[in-house]
Design a protein around this ligand. Structure first.
Ligand code: IMP
Length: 186
């Protein structure tokens, strides 16, 4: 097993990464080192800035992730502000904002950034398209999972197991790309 340090304080992200990467030979180890989130509308910039900040404070290879939910009818909101919005208006606030909306399309995006001392960072992205449900459904997962129905499914992420969500989620897809990149490095 190869050790892969994951800079995160989010237990949900940690569980998903651990389950996805273990069968591929990686033991994910959490490092709860915070980094300031850049004020920008790009997840890539937030992740790249995170790499720059952490590489001066941690000597091993590591990865970190920035993710967000982009809702069509709200012009991409909450996007990079997903964390803040979740802890302020929360899921009821998002459902209220969409009360009159015919278009409930949304996309989850995930950006993983991996850094090995002395090497160029690897940045990969994953997306999952879906719709916002009419009400909260399910208690699994974290964040916006109970209101997001991925395309082709009838249940929200909040009603799925981690393994099922990982098969086609934004995070699952980004992690698959990251592993493919790491395998070409070695
Ligand atoms: P950040 O990546 O830590 O900035 O957080 C983004 C926020 O988006 C999280 O705090 C969650 O509220 C939300 N989020 C990111 N990924 C997911 C997911 O897979 N399911 C549900 N919510 C998510």
């Amino acid at each position: 097993m190869k050790t892969l340090y994951f800079i995160t304080s989010n237990k949900g992200k940690l569980q998903e990464a651990t389950k996805k990467l273990r069968p591929l030979g990686y033991a994910v180890v959490q490092k709860d080192l915070g980094y300031p989130e850049l004020q920008t509308d790009s997840l890539e910039e937030v992740a790249t800035w995170g790499i720059t900040y952490i590489q001066d404070r941690f000597d091993e290879a590591f990865m970190l992730e920035d993710a967000g939910l982009f809702i069509d009818a709200l012009e991409g909101f909450p996007g990079v502000y997903s964390k803040y919005v979740f802890f302020t208006i929360g899921l009821p606030g998002i459902l209220r904002l969409l009360q009159e909306a015919d278009n409930r399309k949304a996309v989850f995006r995930s950006v993983y950034a991996y850094y090995e001392p002395g090497k160029k960072p690897i940045i990969v992205t994953g997306e999952c398209n879906g719709t916002i449900s009419q009400k909260q459904q399910g208690k699994n997962g974290f964040g916006y999972d109970p209101i997001f129905i991925p395309n082709g499914e009838e249940k929200t992420f909040g009603e799925m197991t981690i393994d099922k969500k990982n098969k086609f989620s934004h995070r699952g897809r980004a992690l698959e790309k990251l592993i493919a990149e790491l395998n070409t490095l070695r």
